[in-house]
Design a protein. Structure first.
Length: 276
């Protein structure tokens, strides 16, 4: 067995990271983990004020750095603005976290057409768009990571934030959201298979229940007793999702590609507690 530096196995120090939707919720949890472990993290948000406040908070934590860029990912022009802003400052992007997303719940009979456009554009279409436009920076990071022969030892990473609703049929009516996440899961596998040859991995973190503005309604109306739905009897914490992202972005996760990491405490594979 080859020797390795255990202390640096999970290190992301010095890496350049972009987290979309990084001003709150799961995006902020992930951005915090990278900043606290020495990365330079760009966060985007539709609202400039939220983005700047989060960056100020994370910069106070250190030792890494957080740079806010306001961008509405629904707008193609804002995607271009975001990529151009990073390209003007960086020669390479080591980690792209596609987290920005939207949800919509309504009855089948009244589910609006415009909900599909909004949710699929942000959750699926723009993931491809942003990744496509970031390719020069990701390719530069792959070359920077170095090779052993033709093998990439420290590839660039794409981490896509999916959902357990893209794996199982949800017990509530979020048709566009669940469909978009299922599509994202497959897109991520496709990107991993295509871009892996260039030293760029693509993986999914399929999240279960995590407290956020997006999930607030479900927590208030549907998820009142997690002990009956999740074997670990709790919802996700910032450490859970940040730790998973840090693993995928570090040397420890360098051989993981086109994979789906289900982060739900066993929710999608539970044995009914009533039968124990």
């Amino acid at each position: 067995m080859s020797s390795f530096d255990v202390q640096n196995l999970f290190s992301v120090s010095g890496k350049v990271v972009l987290v979309t939707g990084g001003s709150r919720g799961i995006g902020k949890m992930i951005a915090t983990g990278f900043v606290k472990n020495g990365a330079k993290v760009y966060i985007s948000s539709r609202t400039a004020k939220d983005c700047e406040e989060t960056a100020k908070e994370l910069n106070a934590l250190g030792p890494g750095k957080c740079i806010p860029i306001a961008a509405d990912m629904q707008k193609l022009s804002d995607v271009d603005k975001l990529v151009n802003a990073i390209s003007s400052q960086e020669k390479a992007l080591h980690v792209l976290v596609n987290n920005a997303g939207a949800a919509w719940g309504d009855k089948f009979d009244t589910y609006p057409d415009h909900a599909w456009t909004k949710v699929l554009t942000l959750n699926l279409h723009r993931v491809f768009t942003l990744t496509q436009k970031c390719l020069p920076l990701l390719r530069a990071a792959a070359k920077e990571g170095g090779k052993q022969g033709e093998a990439y030892l420290d590839p660039a990473r794409i981490i896509n934030i999916g959902s357990v609703e893209g794996i199982t049929v949800p017990d509530h009516e979020t048709y566009a959201y669940s469909a978009s996440k299922a599509g994202l899961h497959h897109l991520s596998r496709t990107m991993g298979g295509r871009l892996g040859w260039e030293g760029i991995t693509s993986n999914i973190i399929a999240c279960g229940p995590f407290p956020s503005k997006m999930t607030a309604w479900s927590f208030e109306n549907e998820w009142d007793d997690m002990s009956e739905k999740i074997p670990l009897t709790r919802v996700g914490t910032p450490e859970d999702v940040a730790g998973t992202a840090l693993f995928l972005a570090s040397r420890a996760g360098a051989y993981v590609n086109a994979a789906t990491v289900t982060l739900d405490g066993g929710m999608t594979s539970t044995f009914p507690r009533s039968r124990l």
